[in-house]
Design a protein around this ligand. Structure first.
Ligand code: AP5
Ligand code: MG
Length: 192
């Protein structure tokens, strides 16, 4: 079994690379951002609760997100391994994920962390915003997503660094080049 977290700031390429990773390693994939956007689109109770916050670039509550993750793990108990995108995003979420892994007898193999300079991230998201329909792909929300990232999400890097499972990857380059580097890392984690 292989359990991987793909980590990185807004626009780093987590979703793009996940498409390839889940295919190659046959992993069960969850993006909390995607799940929350689906909840908003469907107008569910969760969707209504988080819509305003997410549209402005803020983070949803740890309670809502960890409940989504636990349900997902339980519903995919026959999985060959999980790929988490956009989760955990706070130290609290990372601690809860550790508890969930213990509870369901899972082991985290590694955290793949995509590193991309902020100017390039902004460029990518503004470009995507022209067609994505994502309400948070505008310059004001993007700025606030970075504030949230710096204050709440960056500390998660230290959390995993202390556990010796953080693997930084250069997130600048072609999608293929970055994917090759990710695979090299995952293969080395998997075989160690
Ligand atoms: P989420 O959906 O996770 O958004 P994000 O982290 O802001 O990141 P993005 O999805 O925008 O970027 P990405 O890293 O996936 O990059 P992508 O591959 O798309 O979360 C959205 C919101 O939901 C959060 O702000 C928060 O409110 C809420 N939320 C989610 N999870 C939460 C949690 N755990 N707790 C609390 N709240 C939570 O690429 C970006 C663009 O660049 C694309 O257009 C792509 O085509 C392009 N691109 C990708 N790679 C390359 C490349 N190598 N070269 C050129 N272009 C590239
Ligand atoms: Mg994404």
């Amino acid at each position: 079994m292989l359990n991987i977290i793909i980590f990185g700031p807004p626009g780093a390429g987590k979703g793009t690379q996940s498409e390839h990773i889940k295919e190659k390693y046959n992993l069960t994939y969850i993006s909390t951002g995607q799940v929350l956007r689906a909840e908003m689109a469907a107008g569910t109770e969760i969707g209504l609760k988080v819509k305003d916050i997410i549209d402005h670039g803020g983070l949803a509550s740890d309670e809502i997100v960890t409940e989504i993750i636990e349900k997902f793990i339980v519903n995919h108990s026959d999985s060959n391994g999980f790929l988490f995108d956009g989760f955990p995003r706070t130290v609290k979420q990372a601690e809860i994920l550790e508890d969930l892994f213990k509870k369901y007898n899972l082991k985290l193999n590694g955290v793949v962390s995509l590193e991309v300079p902020e100017e390039l991230l902004i460029e990518r998201m503004l470009e995507r915003g022209k067609t994505s329909g994502r309400a948070d792909d505008n310059i004001e929300s993007i700025h606030y997503r970075f504030v949230e990232y710096d204050n709440k999400t960056k500390p998660v890097l230290d959390f995993y660094q202390h556990k010796n499972c953080l693997h930084p990857i250069n997130g600048v380059g072609t999608i293929e080049e970055i994917f090759d580097n990710i695979c090299e890392t995952i293969d080395s984690i998997h075989n160690s």
